[in-house]
Ligand binder design. Structure first.
Ligand code: HDE
Length: 697
């Protein structure tokens, strides 16, 4: 045997000893590592070989099992919404809603129902970035005492299409192109805009998608919506239409596009990390559940159809009644077991809640269970702990791949008379307390012959797109126009941009002109609208800027320090930031042992190159005079300041930092302040600065 062959890892020579290895995963009570058959493993470092340098033996069941399991660790990712992050929490009811619904979770004031919430992007794969321009999924599973209710929504209150028939076309068009496999997680490409510009029913959703709604600052600062009109049914059987809303406690907050792009470079997991860390540090994200309640009379009087998922009902017309709050207070223990395996389904509803004939919703009722059977590989995926109801489940369904339960007896059919003979007869249906479908009709009496048509009012594709446009602030309008220019500038098909602008002329002539000018194309003839555009009252609730909160709560502030930074000021700044409910993050050129003005040593939380300013809500330059001199030639510092300024964030600074600010092109405004004014200034973004830093369409 040569020297190498004699090397034995168990002795620890040249490496970690066997005892030092940390094991994760399920533990035996005595901490021993075992195979899946429970056999104790004596060596987790070396495969079994015929001699130290000989071939590996097929007999090695420990190795075979380990590799076999590893080979099968992946399951198909979701066909849409593949990239997601989730958390556990609870829903707490403010007041009993028994007058409008008999759903058990809405009966008792103060009662808490456990929830599991998964947020997602739509177009990208499971490993794609968190901050592309994209719609966000907002799916809530309520584990009620009477079964699971899934409210599978998005962060935008409408959708691209009106009929489930078009969903595969939408998804094929927006996902990476079929031949090249790119772009990942983005709509700025030929096939999406080719399709969208031919489908004028998408126009309203495109307005939202091109707005800052699709580049949220955090999952914690976005709204959620059930989109479709649903129904609530009370004990007397009375039906009330409902639209579901989630309102974030932190208010709405988005990024600017340049920031979103730079976030992709800074941190692929920006939103996932933000959610996880917030919960981990006890800053529990919270939303209020809001209901828009209305009856058939109101629905009949509207100039749009409440079954059309491309339409909202303005909050100013039907106010949002806040009925409870949802708090996310626990991170998943295991990403795969929980976040990946959770299966939401709009068809999971509880007695007291019901569907409407919205043709998009009706299609969804089929799709989710179907896709989940293929994704999770078995008809028994409802038994996976994250999907299992927290109330008893009893029926005569049996067998199937991966049956985890062991039903007793032979009662696997109904009716049966086994109980009369002393055997277990199984559960019985419950006509009075079981799920009862509401008998009402909600389709304006157009039910009848089998037809492949859409209701008349669905043909209005532009009125609400215009409503959205006129409800935005000037800055928001500029962002929308610029997004259209950006996205269409990525389209190579010559016929597409003009066709899109022709549609936009039905929304707003000014918008269409700005987009055409931004692209450098002739203003095309207006597209023909199937129904005349109705002028609707603007709805301030649709604007992000009008619904932001001046707050530092739940935010993060970056503090750039250097050798000789004033120790007292650093302490004060950190304390002030914490007192305002935010998290201070200290950034330095080096990470450890930074000497401060008083001779003490401190550590930074992040190193300058890996901690760019786009990850913060506001920044402070806490540099000494000598530090400023050193940083004058540090590109990363100049960029740090330029980006904070360009992303319209507050910049706090010491008086010594003027030369640096000047070099970074910072023009003093009310967002560029000294320490005394910093906390107040940091609660806002500075939109008025934007024309100084970029050209908007
Ligand atoms: Fe989905 N959608 N969807 N969708 N959807 C899926 O189900 C589908 C739609 C939404 O975090 C899939 O388990 C059809 C609207 C969310 O796990 C799939 C139609 C809204 C999630 C599916 C729609 C959504 C999904 C893919 C049109 C907002 C992620 C994997 C008829 C109200 C849930 C899966 C999670 C996921 C089908 C339209 C929201 C393929 C056919 C409208 C948040 O079944």
């Amino acid at each position: 045997m040569d020297d190498k062959a004699k090397f034995d890892t168990k002795t620890g020579a040249g490496g970690e000893t066997h005892q030092q290895i940390h094991h994760s995963g399920p533990h035996t009570p005595d901490g021993h590592l075992t195979t899946n058959q429970g056999i104790r493993v004596s060596d987790n470092q070396n495969s079994l070989k015929a001699g130290a340098r000989g071939p590996t033996l097929l007999e090695d069941f420990v190795l075979r099992e380990k590799i076999f399991h590893f080979d099968h660790e992946r399951i198909p990712e979701r066909i849409v919404h593949a990239r997601g992050s989730a958390a556990h929490g609870y829903f707490e009811l403010y007041e009993s809603l028994s007058d409008i619904t008999r759903a058990d979770l809405f009966q008792r004031k103060g009662e808490r129902t456990p929830v599991f919430v998964r947020f997602s992007t739509v177009a990208g794969g499971a490993g794609s970035v968190d901050t592309p321009r994209d719609v966000r999924g907002f799916a809530v599973k309520f584990y009620t005492k009477e079964g699971n209710w899934d409210l599978v929504g998005n962060n935008i209150p409408i959708f691209f299409i009106q009929d489930a028939m078009k969903f595969p076309d939408l998804v094929h068009a927006v996902k990476m192109e079929a031949n090249s496999g790119y772009p990942q997680a983005g709509s700025a490409h030929d096939t999406f805009w080719d399709w969208a510009s031919l489908m004028s029913e998408t126009t309203h959703m495109l307005m939202w998608a091109m707005s800052d709604r699709t580049i949220p600052r955090s999952l914690r600062t976005m709204e959620g919506f059930g989109i479709h009109t649903f129904r609530l049914i009370n004990a007397e059987g009375k039906s009330t239409f409902v639209k579901f809303h989630w309102k974030p406690k932190l208010g709405l907050q988005s990024t600017v596009w340049d920031e979103a792009v730079k976030l992709q470079a800074a941190d692929n997991d920006y939103h996932r990390r933000d959610l996880y860390e917030a919960i981990d540090t006890g800053v529990f994200p919270e939303w209020e559940l809001g209901l828009q309640l209305f009856d058939q009379d109101l629905a009949d009087g509207l100039p749009y159809d409440v079954l059309d998922p491309t339409k909202i009902i303005p909050e100013e017309l039907v106010p949002v009644k806040l009925v409870g709050r949802m708090v996310l207070d626990r991170n998943p223990d295991n990403f795969f077991a929980e976040t990946e395996q959770v299966a939401y389904c709009p068809a999971n509803i509880v007695d007291g809640i019901d569907f409407t004939n919205d043709p998009l919703l009706q299609g969804r009722l089929f799709s989710y269970l179907d896709t989940q059977k293929s994704r999770l590989g078995t008809a028994n995926f409802h038994q996976i702990p994250i999907n299992a109801p927290k109330c008893p489940v009893m029926n005569f369904q049996r067998d199937g791949l991966m049956q985890m339960n062991v039903p007793k007896g032979r009662a696997n059919y109904e009716p049966n008379s086994l109980a009369a003979h002393g055997e277990e007869g199984g559960p019985r249906e419950c006509p009075m307390t079981g799920f009862r479908t509401a008998p009402g009709r909600d389709d304006r009496d157009e039910q009848g012959d089998k037809l492949r048509v859409r209701p008349e009012l669905f043909a209005d594709h532009y009125s609400q797109a215009r409503l959205f446009w006129v409800s935005q602030t000037e800055v928001e309008q500029a962002h929308i126009a610029s997004s259209f220019v950006f996205e269409l500038s990525k389209v190579g098909l010559a016929q597409v941009p003009g066709r899109m602008v022709a549609n936009l002329r039905n929304v707003d002539e000014g918008l269409a002109k700005r987009v055409a000018e931004g692209l450098g194309i002739e203003l095309p003839a207006k597209a023909e609208a199937a129904r005349a555009v109705v002028e609707l009252e603007p709805s301030p609730a649709l604007s992000i800027h009008r619904n932001m909160k001046d707050t530092l709560e739940g935010r993060t502030v970056g503090i750039l320090i250097c050798k000789e930074t004033d120790a007292g000021l650093l302490d004060r700044l950190k304390a002030d930031i914490v007192a305002a409910g935010a998290k201070p993050v200290v950034v330095g050129v080096r990470l450890h042992n930074i000497p401060l003005s008083d001779g003490s040593l401190t550590d930074a939380d992040g190193q300058l190159l890996g901690t760019p300013s786009q990850i913060f809500d506001a920044v402070f330059l806490l540099l000494s005079e000598a530090g400023v001199k050193r940083h004058m030639n540090e590109g990363a510092t100049i960029e740090w300041i330029m980006n904070a300024y360009g992303h319209l964030k507050a910049i706090g600074h010491t008086p010594e930092t003027h030369p640096l600010l000047e070099k970074a092109g910072v023009v003093h405004d009310e967002g560029v302040v000294l320490i005394d004014d910093f906390i107040d200034a940091a609660k806002k973004r500075y939109w008025a600065r934007e024309p100084k830093v970029r050209t908007l369409a």
